[in-house]
Design a protein around this ligand. Structure first.
Ligand SMILES: Cc1ncc(COP(=O)(O)O)c(C=O)c1O
Length: 355
């Protein structure tokens, strides 16, 4: 089966090979070397001096961590799809008050709208932004959104689960307080590891926070990171070894700019192919995600049928998400994908649609 999923995605063969090695203790010299090497590589990748933590959880763990460590009462959540909605639910389930800034599905959250929302909700402590809304295939203008949040003196939490690794994020220059992702997306590693940068300000807020729980307490993670113990809980060593391998591969193949170009190339090839077949993409023009294409199903066929037929033909795409389940289907271009597989996938799609 060729995977064009939106996560977990196909993993690089080198990653799988790396992960197949015998285990060792997360307190061993081998692990400590691996841990700090990976953290340093991620810091370089994100252009940050902030702490970078490797959580034994998925990305959602970082949403919970942002709320419990850094938000006393109120947060503004930018919502233009299901994952923005999830951030809000995580905040509510932890007893916080959520102000919602919502846009129509398919539309981005625009900086000027955030500006207005922050003028109205002056009391919020932080802003949660989904960089790339995987459910609708929309990329939000992150740099400008963070800039507005910072101008208003708010913390900026960024869900970069389906963007980190696939497109540029400059954590320090843009002023992001917490920026996180999951291993099973753009880095092409199996699920189970969440990686995120945490600013000095976020750590300061955590110090003052009460009832923040144990597992995701930033201060506990900082302490063990600083005393070169690595992590306070057992690390997901295979995933970290896999990630380390990918980060090395990216550096060996010319650095992150080259990796982002590869993503762009794949994404454009998919979108050009869709256009040729006569299919339209769901997001507003100019805000199409570089990692996942959300495609409108044609009149005569549901998105779920297209997904099922593609699967029978050996190509796993992704179904539409939530309310868009029948109306759309999605084609991811994250992880291990060869350019020629994109062409063959598009040929099969064309046949299935009878075009
Ligand atoms: C944008 C976005 N945020 C959050 C999540 C949740 O990530 P996880 O399942 O790793 O917790 C996903 C998963 O697809 C996602 O795409």
């Amino acid at each position: 089966m060729k995977l064009f999923t939106v996560g977990p995605v196909a993993c690089y063969p080198e990653v799988l090979q790396e992960m197949g090695r015998q285990m060792y203790s997360h307190r061993s010299r081998e692990y400590i070397d691996l841990h700090y090497d990976t953290v340093e590589r991620l810091k370089r990748f994100l252009e940050t001096e902030n702490e970078v933590f490797l959580f034994s959880s998925t990305g959602t763990g970082f949403m919970e961590a942002c709320i419990r460590n850094c938000v006393k009462e109120r947060i503004l959540c930018c919502i233009n799809g299901d994952f923005g909605q999830r951030f809000a639910e995580v905040a509510v389930s932890n007893g916080r008050i959520v102000e919602k800034l919502e846009s129509r599905l398919g539309d981005p959250i625009l900086p000027e709208v955030l500006e207005d929302a922050l003028k109205t909700h002056r009391e919020v402590e932080a802003v949660a932004i989904t960089h790339n809304e995987t459910s609708t295939g929309v990329i939000n203008p992150l740099k400008d959104l963070v800039s507005i949040a910072k101008e208003h003196g708010k913390m900026a939490f960024v869900d970069a689960v389906s963007s980190m690794g696939g497109t540029e994020i400059k954590v320090d220059e843009w002023g992001i307080d917490v920026c996180f992702t999951s291993s099973q997306k753009c880095f092409g590693v199996p699920p189970g590891l969440a990686m995120g940068s945490v600013s000095a300000e976020a750590l300061k807020r955590s110090e003052a926070a009460v009832n923040k729980g144990y597992y995701f307490d930033f201060k506990i993670w900082e302490k063990d990171q600083k005393r070169r113990v690595g992590t306070p809980v057992t690390s997901v060593i295979p995933q970290i070894a896999g990630l380390n391998r990918v980060l090395r591969m990216i550096e060996e193949k010319g650095g992150k700019a080259q990796y982002f170009d590869l993503y762009k190339k794949r994404n454009e090839r998919i979108r050009r192919g869709l256009e040729k077949i006569g299919l339209l993409t769901f997001p507003k023009r100019g805000f199409e995600s570089p990692t996942v294409s959300c495609v409108n199903a044609p009149q005569n066929m549901k998105g779920t049928e297209i997904y099922a037929k593609m699967r029978e033909s050996g190509y796993e795409l992704a179904q539409g998400y939530g309310t868009l389940r029948e109306k759309t289907f999605r084609i991811g271009n994250m992880g291990y994908i060869e350019l020629e597989d994109i062409d063959s996938m598009l040929t099969v799609l064309k046949d299935i649609l009878g075009r």
